[in-house]
Unconditional design. Structure first.
Length: 155
């Protein structure tokens, strides 16, 4: 599959507020297609200045069945970012010490005692991004947290 009509499975999407008060980039790492080209691209992409940087990767830290987890983690650690958003494990977890949210409860057989669910993120008036995890069947909010642009978790 070629996301956004691109030939590589890794890509970034940049957005900007209509009043130009903030910028954000969503950086998609292809952990199963790791190469020197992706490594170079990731370093360059993360070096581009934005207010918010969200990194998406299927596998979380410590997962060993994709070749790019450790090499991409090494690159990510050298750059400022807001949040790493991962899946792979079929559960939900907020990992504040790793600046990561695991949103793997959207499909496939679940692990642990979570229900199917999803996360909605919205920007607050102070600039923090609020994440709300919802139970799919009841729409109930199961967890809420906020993160500042610099990756600091806040209330």
């Amino acid at each position: 599959m070629k996301p956004l009509g691109l030939s590589d499975p890794w890509f970034a999407v940049r957005i900007e507020a209509t009043d130009k008060s903030w910028t954000a980039k969503f950086v998609f790492v292809a952990a199963n297609a790791w190469s020197s080209a992706q490594s170079t691209w990731l370093s360059k992409e993360l070096a581009k200045d934005t207010t918010y940087t969200f990194i998406m990767r299927h596998e979380g830290k410590g997962v060993t069945d994709a070749p790019a987890v450790d090499p991409s983690d090494a690159i990510i650690a050298k750059h400022p970012y807001t949040l790493l958003i991962v899946g792979h494990a079929h559960s939900y977890a907020k990992l504040t010490g790793q600046r990561t949210v695991l949103v793997g409860n959207g499909g496939a057989p679940l692990t642990g005692n979570v229900n199917y669910g999803y996360v909605i993120a919205r920007q607050r008036s102070d600039g923090a991004i609020v994440f709300r995890e919802h139970d799919y069947s009841t729409q109930a909010v199961k967890d809420t947290f906020a993160v500042k642009a610099d990756g600091t978790f806040t209330k």
